[in-house]
Design a binder for this molecule. Structure first.
Ligand code: ZN
Length: 165
């Protein structure tokens, strides 16, 4: 009601041809409080939604998110490899700690570049080079160069996995 009176007053002043410039400018520059709040809320929501959308698009573009996997570790010893001891990886490569992992090839194709979100270390890059009779489904066996490190907590955990496209 008060606003309406001000608008009428402003219009009246304009019609009269002698507006009080200062008062009119102050009124014009100050939009109704409700409208201001709505505008601010919209800006905030649209801003973060756009950023999220962009991030999602970026993630979609570069990675295939595979979900959470159970990790274990293995080395080249007979305990870990049984009759396959001394053979190259399923992909035919040498074993290299920090690169070689064993996967279920029906879940992660051999040769894939794979990133594992290791606890305390973040997304770390490996390559799906090997398979294993016990490595089925959401399982990854991480190669280490010494049998003693097969039990490192870093590789005996659950972690998120994504394939780099
Ligand atoms: Zn071993």
């Amino acid at each position: 009601m008060k606003r309406r009176k001000l608008v009428l007053l402003a219009a009246a002043l304009l019609l009269l041809g002698k507006p009080e410039a200062g008062a009119l400018r102050a009124f014009a520059a100050e939009p109704p409080v409700e409208a201001t709040m709505v505008a601010l809320e919209n800006t905030g929501a649209e801003g973060s939604a756009a950023a999220e959308k962009e991030e999602a698009a970026k993630a979609k573009e570069q990675y295939s998110y595979m979900g959470t996997f159970r990790l274990t570790a293995y080395c080249g010893c007979r305990v870990c490899n049984g009759r396959w001891t001394g053979h190259p990886t399923a992909l035919g490569t040498d074993y290299q700690e920090g690169r070689t992992i064993a996967v279920d090839r029906r879940v992660i194709p051999l040769g894939s570049t794979v990133e594992i979100n290791l606890p305390g270390r973040g997304w770390t890059r490996f390559r799906a080079e090997d398979t294993g009779s016990a490595i089925k489904g959401n399982r990854i066996d991480v190669y280490v160069s010494e049998h003693g490190r097969c039990y490192t907590p870093l590789y005996n955990t659950h972690a998120e996995v994504r394939i780099v496209r």
